[in-house]
Design a protein around this ligand. Structure first.
Ligand code: FMN
Length: 200
């Protein structure tokens, strides 16, 4: 990928980055013997509640599926073949729903920033999970329309993404080759005084 420099062929811990962030990785396997407790689920939902949102619109809702519970049994059939193995072993699956339109209007945006805000809520949940000792893989490899039907999600809401939570089944060093490469700092900087960027 353009902008991928030798500065960061793989994402190594960099100066000053908080260990919660530098140690984070998205596992492709989870320990099927470990559980995410109800109390931990409550804390994760509280993390989402604490996230900022445009106009405090809070355009999010979540399908919460702990492994082997009744909701989990409804979610499992909609995982894609690429995610069914590892996501099925995770202690917790969360589906992120996004409030897109005002109810009973053709297409009036509920908030211009709904997707942005839902992503931010997912990030807050991810960081909270790490603080609880859990790992997280966010993903979209599932049948979004099928899940919308299964959970009666109306047209003015959207099934956006999912996250799998649990105890990682492997270490950060065993991530797929290239899957943790990062664009360089210069490449993600559009403009910054006194600093060369890849656009200049
Ligand atoms: C919105 C979103 C969708 C993703 N979809 C998938 C997916 O469908 N399957 C998958 O294996 N990983 C998925 N991922 C995980 C990314 O591949 C992963 O975060 C990326 O390779 C960086 O690796 P890292 O999180 O370990 O740093 C997704 C991540 C995000 C944020």
């Amino acid at each position: 990928m353009a902008g991928m420099t030798s500065e960061c062929p793989e994402f190594a811990a960099t100066r000053g980055l908080h260990p919660v962030l530098s140690d984070r990785f998205s596992p492709l396997d989870f320990d099927a013997g470990s559980e995410v407790s109800d109390a931990e689920v409550d804390t994760l939902l509280d993390a989402a509640r604490s996230a900022p949102s445009a106009g405090n619109s809070q355009p999010w809702s979540f399908v919460v599926a702990r492994r082997d519970d009744a909701v989990h049994r409804r979610v499992l059939p909609y995982l894609a073949s690429s995610s069914a193995g590892w996501a099925g072993r995770a202690g917790l699956l969360v589906v992120h729903l996004c409030h897109l339109f005002v109810e009973d209007t053709p297409d009036w945006p509920y908030s211009e920033f709904s997707h942005y805000d839902v992503g931010q809520a997912a990030a807050y949940m991810t960081v909270q999970a790490l603080a609880l000792g859990l790992s997280v893989r966010q993903f979209r490899a599932f049948d979004r329309d099928g899940l919308a039907r299964e959970f009666d999600v109306p047209d003015h809401w959207e099934v956006a993404t999912m996250s799998a939570y649990g105890i990682a089944g492997h270490g950060i060093g065993e991530s797929l080759p290239g899957s943790r490469s990062r664009r360089s700092r210069a490449d993600i900087t559009w403009a910054r005084a006194g600093v060369a960027t890849t656009r200049e």
